[in-house]
Design a protein around this ligand. Sequence first.
Ligand code: 4AD
Ligand code: MG
Length: 450
Amino acid sequence: MESRYKKYQTIERLNEVEGKEVTLRGWVYNIRSKGKLHFIILRDGTGICQCVVFSGNVLPEIFESAKSLTQESSIIVTGMVKKEERAPGGYEIDVKDIEIIQITNDYPITPKEHGDAFLIEHRHLWLRSSKQHAIMRIRAAVIKAIRDFFDGNGFKLMDSPLLTPNACEGTSTLFETNYFDFGKAYLSQSGQLYAEASAFALGRVYTFGPTFRAERSKTRKHLTEFWMVEPEMAFFDLNDDMELAEDLVEYIVQFVLKTCQQELKTLERDTAPLEKVKRPFYRMSYTEAVDWLIANKVPLKKYVDGKEVDIHPFPWGEDFGTVQEEAIMEQFDKPCIIHRYPTDVKAFYMKRDPENSKVVLAMDMLGPERAGEIIGGSQREDDYDLLLERIKQHDLSVDDFQWYLDLRKYGSVPHSGFGLGVERVVKWISGAKHIREVIPFPRMIYRITP
Ligand code: 4AD
Ligand code: MG
């Protein structure tokens, strides 16, 4: 027996029912009246559509009751679907009947301009606005593209735990919690270490979930809770890792272009730069990037006694910040991978380059259009003794990492992986100005509500 809900019609699929009678359920996005006509812009979550109420087509009490409709009142509308090029979405409903579920009073978000602080405070309602709606649909498409890409390329989803006994990406950004008799536990900064164990069991895996960073950074690109997909592959070296990262990003961007044209239009996103996101991308070693910074007189910005000072020439060995990343990316119309970073600025698990132990086999993918770092990854240290030495150098507890060291004891193989930040990618593709707009309910150092 077919379930009833499967017959519910949606605005998104009106093209399938042109000339037929439909029933749509939704909310009034806007209403205006002119004599014997009401024009209701209805939104149902899948799209918006103009519903025309003509007094001659409905019972007098229905026409009268439509006068009381307000923004965000919930209604059920029945009528005939007509093609109408000028209407948003290309279709219009000739209304026969309206059932009012609730009349909304004083909806706080009106079509007039509101400040950012007000909107984020009302995030639970702001999500209904057309631009936020479009961003959320692009987010869903990005996540679908990621899953399709990995599932279609022989990867298995292997979830890593979120409550962990130790750090993965440095101890300074850990969220702590009490964990029964064990003392402290931490919210996961990355599922990678567990993904490595999973890769040794299943070959190619990906872990996909929320990650937590007690980041002090108040930028447009940092959240304290964000979603990361982390593939991990046995027998992949750094080069395989970089090629996989490029294939993934190309796939995501092209998938969004294919499936989200309407959303990109709502956001007034210029899609020309996105069309270009096809392999080959650019690549530069960290050392080449430093040479470029020096040649182009881009300094290191440092805080000395609370004051920002410029250090020239950029010193080899320092990590890049927004200033350097944006300067480097200014010349590129596609993503660029920077590889082989200084050992001292990167995580303990990265494998040192056999040709130069001052650098690790790491890679960061930077996006064009000021997208910043969208991917961070590396080939992993697969030698027991070298990894042990790095754990000690980083002042991490050898006991906590014994299980991780086991992977280097029982059938160790070269392996690699990376993490892609979902929100960084959605922000870039959608053109949103702040990362808080690309996750349903953002968590930042100064916000945990709604
Ligand atoms: O570069 P990160 O810290 O790398 C890792 O966590 C590795 N363990 C991944 C791996 O190799 N499996 O983070 C990966 C990506 C960044 O490139 C960025 O896109 C995103 O996660 N990211 C953030 N996104 C939003 N807010 C933050 N505070 C972020 N920190 C990292
Ligand atoms: Mg990184």
